[in-house]
Design a protein around this ligand. Structure first.
Ligand code: PAF
Length: 282
């Protein structure tokens, strides 16, 4: 696996690969790779001839009070995982390479969808995500991009962006990978102390219980579903709810009752200062 750090080299490499008629798959990450990322790299490998994994902790998607500085980083470990998972290139630009200081002025924002759910508590977050992803799609000219469903809103917004801006890439979503006790794997799980980690299992338990209720009683009003989830999460003393919402997964608008195949229940919960997100599709 080749490690590339500059825009000049990544564009050269990807042009060569394209010239050979190969299909490029991209897996954008912020590093500190886990089983979830591995599943994305393997899917990209399955669907393309040449996989570019990117490792870039993107400052524009963090607010000043967020964890950009302390976001976990371990380049050596990530390199090994990437190589073992079948990536052909690991692209690790530094911040100045992606956002030349004093010069950078352009941002891409997907209106409306970016202001809902996580966008409400993290204003500007999705503008940073769409901007960096569009830059990475442009640099690699990837044919396929693979993202996790754990960040369901992110994937929906990116899909809207590529459709709206006619970006020639197909975005593929992969199921959330979970620990044995149901907690969605996330790079941020390392922030949790033992007690917070134990209590974090309540997120998936609450989502699963809501899904079971809807399976038995599909007409249950969303207000009841949401309050049931909130009650369960509040039973964990260290958990503080940011939001719990039952929405139409195509436009993230709140729904009164379940719409079969189109219902997303999404939540964000703080355990101490760590904000975890999770969701379930019904
Ligand atoms: O999901 C992430 O890790 C990031 O939001 C992404 C897509 C790599 C953009 O920085």
């Amino acid at each position: 696996m080749e490690i590339i750090r500059t825009i000049k080299e990544i564009t050269k490499k990807c042009s060569e690969v394209k010239r050979e008629g190969k299909k490029i798959g991209i897996v954008p990450t912020m590093g500190y790779l886990h089983q979830g990322h591995i599943s994305l790299i393997k899917k990209a490998k399955e669907m393309s001839d040449f996989v570019v994994t990117t490792l870039f902790v993107n400052p524009t998607q963090f607010a000043p009070n967020e964890d950009f500085e302390k976001y976990p980083r371990d380049e050596k470990r990530d390199t090994k995982i990437c190589e073992e998972s079948g990536s052909n290139v690991l692209f690790i630009p530094d911040v100045k390479e992606m956002y030349p200081s004093g010069k950078y002025k352009t941002f891409v924002a997907v209106e409306n969808l970016s202001e809902k759910l996580c966008g409400k508590s993290r204003p500007g977050h999705f503008r940073g995500v769409t901007t960096i992803c569009l830059k990475l799609f442009n640099l690699t000219r990837a044919d396929i991009g693979v993202f996790g469903w754990k960040d369901a809103q992110q994937l929906l917004i990116l899909k809207r962006m590529v459709e709206d801006l006619n970006v020639p890439i197909e975005l593929v979503g992969m199921p959330t990978v979970r620990e044995n006790d149901g907690l969605a794997v996330s790079s941020r799980n390392v922030y949790l102390n033992q007690e917070q980690r134990n209590q974090a299992t309540i997120l998936f338990k609450a989502l699963t219980s809501a899904a079971e209720t809807l399976e038995k009683f599909p007409q249950t009003p969303s207000s009841e579903i949401v309050s049931g989830i909130k009650k369960m999460i509040e039973s964990a003393p260290l958990a503080r709810i940011d939001y719990v919402k039952m929405v139409d997964q195509e436009n993230l608008e709140p729904i009164q009752k379940m719409i079969p195949q189109k219902t997303l229940i999404a939540l964000a919960v703080f355990l101490g200062s760590t904000r975890l997100i999770d969701n379930i599709h019904i």
